[in-house]
Design a protein around this ligand. Structure first.
Ligand SMILES: [Zn+2]
Length: 137
């Protein structure tokens, strides 16, 4: 794990805990259907407060990334990939995550990825792995 565990709130619980059932939830406006991330109680586009967490495909592409070789923590496995993944549901619907399950040197901008989850306490971190490696785990 390379992330500090987030604090769970009513607003972000679906995002951080959806992985319990293998689903990635993103806040979506019920009025204009705009996806919002980080999780929010109101729509940044139309200011509606009718926002709810919706399950998305979990498919996306790597928008940018860096490979980290620094062992910040003794238990940290290096090298690892820190990436910004853009979900296929909406342009610029992005978040920072790790790419796992592949050779870090094989990651490219545009690599198709799919969500996978890593459970820590009451949090299921959404991480991504290249789609071509998606069949086996
Ligand atoms: Zn809206």
């Amino acid at each position: 794990m390379t992330q500090i565990l987030p604090e769970i709130t009513n607003i972000n619980a679906a995002f951080w805990q959806g992985g319990k059932n293998g689903e990635l939830f993103i806040s979506q406006c019920d009025d204009c259907e705009f996806f919002i991330h980080p999780p929010s109680a109101f729509c940044v586009k139309c200011h509606s407060r009718n926002v709810s967490a919706q399950a998305v495909s979990g498919d996306g592409t790597v928008s940018s990334f860096s490979v980290n070789f620094q062992k910040w923590l003794p238990e940290l496995e290096t090298p690892y990939v820190v990436a910004i993944v853009e979900l296929k549901e909406q342009e610029n619907l992005r978040f920072v995550t790790n790419i796992i399950g592949c050779d870090p040197n094989s990651v490219r901008i545009g690599t198709p990825v799919e969500v996978t989850f890593e459970n820590h306490e009451d949090v299921w971190l959404p991480l991504f792995r290249p789609k071509e490696f998606g069949a086996e785990t």
